[in-house]
Design a protein around this ligand. Structure first.
Ligand SMILES: [Zn+2]
Length: 282
């Protein structure tokens, strides 16, 4: 592995940007309360804002700005809202799995992990047919066996890890890495719980951070993996800043605005695949 080499992007690009949406809505609350989520009805309602207003606004914004995006959806959300996945695809966007009920996979056995992946694939394929899917681990957390499971079930890539700040290979499997500083939850997630961001970061400050970090990552030939949650960024004052960030990244002519699936395919078919490869036990 040549760790000092820069990642090679397709000409004329020097770095890449992907826009991803984690459609968690009520599922982290359901996981945390062992499905007794309606006992916390206020938080449930706040999270469901992502379905009623967040997603429609985000889809409208992405279409206006004409940029690709991937929606990572827990299969329980798809099950309860069977129109959601077809609607995302109809609008030209990609989908990926995000657990069933936003599980913390570090707390699950190998068997439970496999059951959840199989259940997710089965729900997705009933609703949208057998299409290529990516995966994102809820909370960006997993045990190593999860990757083996994704490979076994022919998932095209994972997007949850951070060993590099550009795509890399875990044996023959593609990783599209994430970055906490580009996750809206760090800035704006607040539902009155002890772990929430208090006070939420001023949206203007969040935008300035993202712009500055984007410019740094272009200099190092890296990937900007921007991640939002519809119940968080769907609020007008936040989404307005997300829209400004999209305009800013579109103005960076050396930045490749692509999708996670396109990026996974590019990585797999480029010299980067071998140059940035690690074994499962390294
Ligand atoms: Zn999530």
């Amino acid at each position: 592995m040549k760790k000092s080499n820069l990642y090679n992007w397709p000409e004329p690009y020097k770095a890449a940007f992907v826009f991803t949406i984690d459609v968690d809505v009520f599922t982290p609350l359901a996981w945390r309360t062992n499905q007794q989520y309606k006992n916390n009805y206020a938080e449930y309602e706040q999270r469901m804002f992502g379905i009623t207003q967040g997603i429609p606004r985000i889809i409208q914004l992405l279409k206006e700005k004409q940029i690709p995006a991937t929606f990572f959806v827990p299969s329980l959300v798809a099950e309860k809202h069977p129109g959601l996945l077809p609607e995302i695809i109809k609008n030209g966007f990609e989908i990926g799995l995000h657990g069933h009920c936003h599980e913390d996979f570090t707390q699950l056995s190998d068997k439970q992990t496999e059951e959840i992946i199989e259940k997710g694939i089965s729900i997705f394929s009933e609703q949208v047919g057998n299409i290529a899917l990516g995966f994102r681990a809820p909370y960006f957390k997993m045990r190593k066996n999860l990757i083996a499971n994704l490979i076994k079930h022919k998932i095209a890539y994972d997007s949850s890890l951070m060993r590099f700040d550009h795509p890399y290979s875990i044996e023959d499997f593609v990783e599209i890495p994430v970055d906490w500083t580009f996750d809206d939850a760090l800035y704006w997630l607040f539902a009155g719980n002890p772990s929430d961001t208090l006070p939420p970061v001023n949206p203007i400050q969040a935008l300035e951070n993202w712009k500055a970090n984007t410019l740094s990552l272009i200099k190092t030939s890296s990937l900007i993996n921007f991640t939002i949650h519809p119940w968080v960024s769907g609020r007008s004052y936040n989404l307005e800043k997300v829209a400004t960030l999209i305009d800013f990244v579109k103005d960076q002519k050396t930045l490749w605005l692509t999708s996670t699936m396109q990026l996974a395919r590019f990585h797999k078919n480029s010299a980067n695949f071998e140059n940035f490869k690690q074994g499962m036990n390294e």
